[in-house]
Structure formats: C-alpha cells, structure tokens
Write a protein that binds this ligand. Structure first.
Ligand code: GLC
Length: 741
C-alpha cells in the first residue's frame, strides 16, 4: 500500500482499532463462537480487543492461520500478524544455536535459517522470535542453548547471518518465503545473576555497551525489523520500561524504527519488579519507553484509553506505535493480501524436504565438538563390536527445548542410524538404555508433556545394569549415550550443578570395570562440568541437541566419514565455582601468570585453576595441524592503514580436515581496562592430507576500537599483542604499535 494510503488508513482508525494493534494474544482468543468467557475473562479484556488485536502468538499452520485471518477480516480492516518461536528450525530442526555456532560457519547457519523461513512462511509465519543473541558466560543459565555463546564479536557475526537468513533478500528469495526476524532479548539477558532464570541483571553501562549490546546492534544493522525486550532489569530499571535502553540507545543512537515487542507478559511484570503500582502505571512506563506491542497482558488493552483521557499519555505516543505496526504489516504486503505467503500445498502434513534434511545433517556434522580422543579410540571401525548404552541410545529427543514445531516423527535414533550405517555389519552393534536420564524428573516441571519423554525404561536399575555388563564384556568399545533431559536446559532450565545426572554417573562408574575402551556422546544444551568424566572415558564427543538428522551426523563422525571440526563458542568450567568463566577476561592488578606478588597473593583460586577445563575456540579433530610463526608486513599501524598478518598451517597427517584459525587482539594499555584477548577474525581452512596453507588476515583501526569511560567508541595509540591459534588458549603471539600521527 502506498504510504499516503497507509496514512489515510491510520488517520481513519478509531481509538479501539489503534489500541488493538498494540496487543498480541495467543491462539485461544481467536477461536469461533462467544469468547467473552474463557480466555478474555481470564485475561480481563473486552471482546473488542480480540476483534481488533494486531497479532497472534505461536499459532501456525496454513489452514489454522487462514481460518483465523479470514474470521478476523470479517470485522477488522487490518490483517493480523502471526508471530512464533521458530528459533532453530521449523519442521526440519537444526542443531541448537550454541551448537551451530561451534561450526564457525555463518554462511551455513544463514542457509539453515533461510530454509527455516522457506518451511515456516507457507504455514503462515510472518515473524520469528529469533535470533536470540544474548552474550552468555554462565552455564548455569538454561538459555545458553539458544545463544551463539560468550563472545560479543562472534555473536554479532551470527546475529547478522541469522537475520539475513530469516529475512532473505530480493536477490535470493521470493517475497513469500521470508520471515521478519525479531532479535532478542534486548538487552543483556545472558548476564542474569547466578544464572537464575528471569533474575536481575546489573552491570555498568560501559560493560553493557562494550560486551553485551554489540550482537543486538549487528542484528539491527542487518535489517532486523523487530526487537524483543528482555525480562531483566538494566541499572535498576526493567528493560521493558527502560527509556534509556529503548528510546535513547535503540531508537535514537542506532536509528531503529521498527517494532519493539515485549517478552511474554513483561509489561504486567513491571508490577512484580516493583516499578509499577498497577497495570496503568505499567502501561505508561512501557509506552514511554516506546514499546509498541504488549505480549499477552491486559495493560495496553485496558489502560491506554484511561491514560489518554487523564492527559498522562499523548495520542502521539499511541499513533507512533500504531504507525510502526502498520508499516511492518505493509512491508509484508498483508493489506493487499492478508493470506500472503500461505501455501496449503506446501503445508499440510508436509515432511521435510531431502534438501533440508541434508542441510541439517551437514550443519550437525560441523557443530559436533570432539573434546577428548585418547588411545585413538575414534574413529570406530565397522569390524569392532560396539555396545551403545545409555538413555540416548535409542531416543528421539534430539531437538532441544525450543523446537516446538519440530517434526519428531522423522528423527532417527542413534541406534537406528548406526544400524543403517553398519548394514550387514550391524551384528557388531548391540544397544541398551542402561539407566534413566535422571533419578527424579519431577523437579523439571512439565512443558507440553515432555517431562516423561526419554526417561522411560523397562526393568529395574539392577536388571538394566546386569544387561549392560553383559554387553560391555562382549564389546570392543562401549559408546555411552548420555546427557541432559530436554527440560534440564532451555528456558527455565537453570541449574546449580552441571555434571551429567547422578543416575548416569552411577551407571558409568558401575560399568567401567567391564569396558575395554569407552566413548561418551553428550546430549546437552549448555556447557557441562566434565572434569570427572574426563578421567573416566577415553573419548568425549559433544553432540549438543543436534536436530532432526543429529544421529546420522554423529554416526558420520564416529566412523570417520566426517572429520570433526567443531570449536567451542562457550567455555566449559572445571567446576560451577568458576562461573562466570570466559576467555576475554581482564588482567586484574595481580594476574596469576605475571604478577610480581608472591605465589599466594595473586588473582587465583586455592582449589582450582583460573582457566576453564575447555577454552573458547577449543575442539579436536582426527587430523593434526601445525601452526607456523606469525609474520606481519609491518609493525606499525596508522589510521586508515592496515597490517597484513599471515601464518602457515600444515596438516601433518593423511586425513583431510578443517582448521578454524582464530585471530585475537590485546590492547596492552588503554584509558580503560581491556580484555587479555578479543576475537577479531577467523578463517576455516580446509586442508588436504599433508597440505600446508597460509591464513592471511588484515588488521585495521576498526578492530582496535572500544568504548571508553564516556562510552565514546575509539581506538587509542599504543602497543597491541596479536594472537593467532587453534583456540583462545593455544596461540602464537607477535606485537605491533598503533600510532595516530
Ligand atoms: C518466552 C521467551 C521468549 C519467547 C516468548 C514467546 O517466555 O522468553 O524467548 O520468544 O516467551 O514465546
């Protein structure tokens, strides 16, 4: 619709029509018949709100969306927007974002999100509440699952890739197979105190700006049309009511003119936070923070008109919000065609396309991280007798918590995938559950019936152990298939202990005396504490929740069809007591490695190293690589100039493989403290057996910039250390100077 026409429509709207646009309701508000009881009464809104609502939460399906939209358009001039949590896949589910990020392959991640939009748009999805790009350095928080990890710069790289994947662009896709992306959770949600869900966040504006805001800005700069407010406070004010964050930073400084939506019920939760006395105060605070859509509370619906009539809210605030919502709908072409993009032929009970399944399998292959491989126990040989034992041995729960639309029926289990791969040699495979995922699932709280999934097991613990012992005695190798219950991570999955569940630890200890060699496969949504497991098992492969084709990808790696290349994007602690632990820490005045204070009086623990068990960027492969020395084409960088850094990487084995060469910088002295390392670039180098390649990087002033105490983004002259290596803890180092005149 032409702007002028849209303006005329806007000017013709009644107040109820306007307010309705700022309300998002769940699907039960759009059923047939009289809704004045049920959901409307429960939420405390009048029927006009449903009639004029602007958007629907988490309802998809070509028929369902068509029916709701058709009924809605019978009494409304403005089509509904359909928004949903399509975070890492729709029917075809990809590995969780924390896993995908371990591929260090943003182009492939972008393609996966492109495929997701192609699958979901025909089912009526206009907006996805993704990407989630919260920087997270606390593995106690269950939502590590949804994030690319701990590094601001790498999260920014993936934020851009995912937004471009979801939203597509004229060059790469049809209008119809795009989804508007809604970056979340703005802002800083990954820094919840003690890793506890929905908890307080408090840090300086300096640290927030330097380390937590960049990924959201990367999403906005990539054209993301929506932003979701986070549940947490920022400097004492909940994000949903935080004018500095929403109006000053997001809209004024970053130039974001899109739609801001709250997280679920976040406006009314301002009362629980203690910054609003009632719904009316809450509505006013959110409006003043330029929040446009109220997700699932009655605050905007019931309080905007009274606030207007009391003169406490201007119609302009409401009009500005309504205009942003109408503009978004117009961008999607919904006024011309409220059913745009819906394709019933594609939808229905469609199975994933072979192309999408191939893609998620490749994505999973590159997301797996080999953490240990002693005695060359991996890759396995089909002639070996393998006992596949554990609650994930024959379990379809491989998609993780936020795969609400995933087609679980098409997920093959590890046992099936291994049998399929071994063919007539599958006589060399025997499988058993061994033990339950957990002793007690009641603490998890249910989520759509998931609680019992994957924890069912026939027979007693003793009977299953006895069966497993027989298998272990028979086998050359025991492959343990262990990990978290799906509900132990994801939203509301905060934990204070991070080892594998007791039932599994007990079982592994009981079986190890009967095993010759052992491999542990881990299915989990966050870094775990593997310190104990590292002492007990010969190999560990981090599988995360690997998605629809995860089992096949794991088998590809287990039997050497694929050489694992995943590298961690979040540190794995020795113990929960180390948390938060991350590579880009500050030196402190008493760095443990260089301080001239005596041994005791430096920054350290008495009972644990400072470094994590596995560092950011860490991962093993079946090949070995040697890193040469770093060469710089000059040792002084000037404004507008650049330095070229190069290093030779040699594959010293007969196995082709991929090295993720990582480049970090350290600003040795500046007007504020600077991290000991910051990731600034990386290259994925594919090396043939025995091949040597040169990785080249260009260093320029932009990479040196940081926010000073006044939040000015600048580079300062002085000495810099440049690191290149296979992970953040294993690098070569050189120095250069940056001079400004
Ligand atoms: C949830 C999550 C958010 C999600 C929203 C809508 O509570 O915090 O990530 O997009 O509600 O389901």
């Amino acid at each position: 619709m032409e702007q002028q026409k849209l303006k005329e429509l806007m000017d013709s709207l009644t107040l109820q029509e306007k307010i309705g646009q700022l309300v998002q309701l769940s699907g039960d508000f759009f059923g047939e018949g009289d809704l004045s009881t049920g959901p409307q009464a429960k939420l405390g809104i009048e029927s006009w709100v449903s009639q004029h609502a602007g958007s629907v939460l988490n309802v998809l399906g070509a028929d369902k969306v068509t029916d709701i939209q058709k009924r809605h358009m019978e009494h409304s001039r403005i089509p509904l927007l359909f928004m949903a949590d399509i975070v890492y896949g729709y029917k075809t589910v990809y590995p969780i974002p924390l896993a995908m990020a371990c591929s260090w392959n943003p182009e492939m991640v972008k393609q996966c999100m492109r495929n997701t939009a192609k699958e979901a748009a025909p089912d009526g999805a206009h907006v996805t509440f993704a990407p989630m790009v919260d920087v997270v350095r606390d593995a106690r928080w269950g939502r590590c699952l949804e994030s690319p990890g701990e590094d601001p710069w790498l999260n920014s790289v993936f934020a851009k890739a995912m937004v471009e994947g979801f939203q597509g662009s004229e060059e790469v896709c049809e209008e119809s197979d795009r989804m508007i992306s809604c970056v979340k959770h703005f802002a800083g949600y990954g820094a919840v105190e003690a890793g506890r869900e929905y908890n307080t966040v408090d840090m300086s504006a300096w640290r927030l700006t330097q380390e937590y805001l960049p990924p959201y800005k990367a999403a906005v700069d990539a054209g993301c049309d929506m932003v979701m407010t986070s549940f947490n406070t920022i400097e004492g004010i909940p994000a949903t009511a935080n004018q500095w964050l929403m109006e000053e930073v997001l809209r004024r400084e970053w130039g974001f003119n899109g739609v801001i939506i709250t997280d679920y019920a976040a406006i009314q939760e301002l009362i629980a936070h203690g910054v609003a006395a009632d719904d009316k105060e809450a509505a006013l605070l959110a409006m003043n923070a330029t929040v446009d859509i109220d997700m699932k509370t009655p605050c905007y619906a019931n309080q905007l008109q009274p606030l207007l009539e009391e003169g406490r809210l201007s119609i302009k605030k409401i009009d500005d919000a309504v205009w942003r919502v109408l503009t978004l709908k117009n961008k999607l072409g919904l006024f011309e065609d409220p059913f745009k993009g819906i394709d019933k032929t594609l939808a229905a009970d469609r199975k994933s396309s072979p192309e999408f399944l191939r893609q998620t399998r490749k994505m999973a292959e590159q997301s797996l991280v080999l953490l240990k491989n002693e005695k060359e126990v991996l890759p396995l040989n089909p002639e070996q007798k393998v006992a596949l034992i554990g609650p994930y041995a024959d379990n379809q729960d491989m998609m993780g918590l936020w795969a609400v639309y995933g087609d679980k029926s098409q997920v093959v289990t590890l046992k099936t995938a291994m049998t399929e791969y071994l063919g007539e040699k599958s006589r060399n495979l025997k499988a058993a559950p061994g033990c339950r995922i957990m002793d007690n699932v009641s603490q998890l709280g249910d989520f759509g019936g998931m609680i019992l999934a994957g924890n069912a097991m026939d027979g007693t613990e003793e009977e299953n152990l006895a069966q497993a012992i027989d298998l272990a005695k028979w086998a050359d190798v025991v492959v343990f298939a262990m990990g978290e219950h799906t509900l132990q991570s994801g939203e509301s999955g905060s934990r204070t202990e991070l080892e594998i569940p007791d039932s599994q630890k007990r079982f592994i200890d009981a079986l190890l005396p009967y095993t010759k060699k052992s491999v542990t496969l881990l299915f989990n949504g966050r870094p775990l504490v593997l310190t104990d497991l590292m002492k007990k098992t010969d190999a560990i492969l981090e599988c995360w929740f690997p998605g629809s084709e995860g089992a096949r990808a794991i088998v590809d790696v287990l039997y050497g069809q694929v050489n694992p290349s995943g590298r961690l994007t979040m540190s794995f602690p020795y113990t929960v007591g180390q948390i938060p632990v991350y590579y880009s820490s500050f030196r402190t005045g008493r760095p443990a490695d260089t301080s001239n204070h005596s041994g005791r009086f430096v920054s350290r623990y008495i009972d644990c190293p400072n470094q994590p068990l596995f560092s950011f960027g860490y991962g093993l492969s079946y090949h070995q690589a040697e890193y040469g020395e770093i060469f710089l084409d000059k040792e002084v960088l000037t404004p507008g100039g650049s330095i070229r850094a190069r290093i030779e990487i040699s594959n010293t084995t007969a196995i082709a493989g991929t090295e993720t060469v990582q480049l970090y910088l350290h600003d040795v002295s500046a007007s504020v403290v600077r991290p000991v390392k910051e990731l600034k670039a990386f290259q994925r180098l594919e090396l043939a057996p025995g091949e040597t390649k040169t990785a080249e990087f260009e260093i320029h002033e932009e990479m040196l910039k940081f926010y000073d105490q006044k939040l000015t983004c600048k580079a300062e002259p002085g000495e810099f250390e440049l690191f290149i290596g296979r992970n953040s803890a294993d690098c070569k180092k050189v120095k250069f100077q940056y001079v400004q005149k």
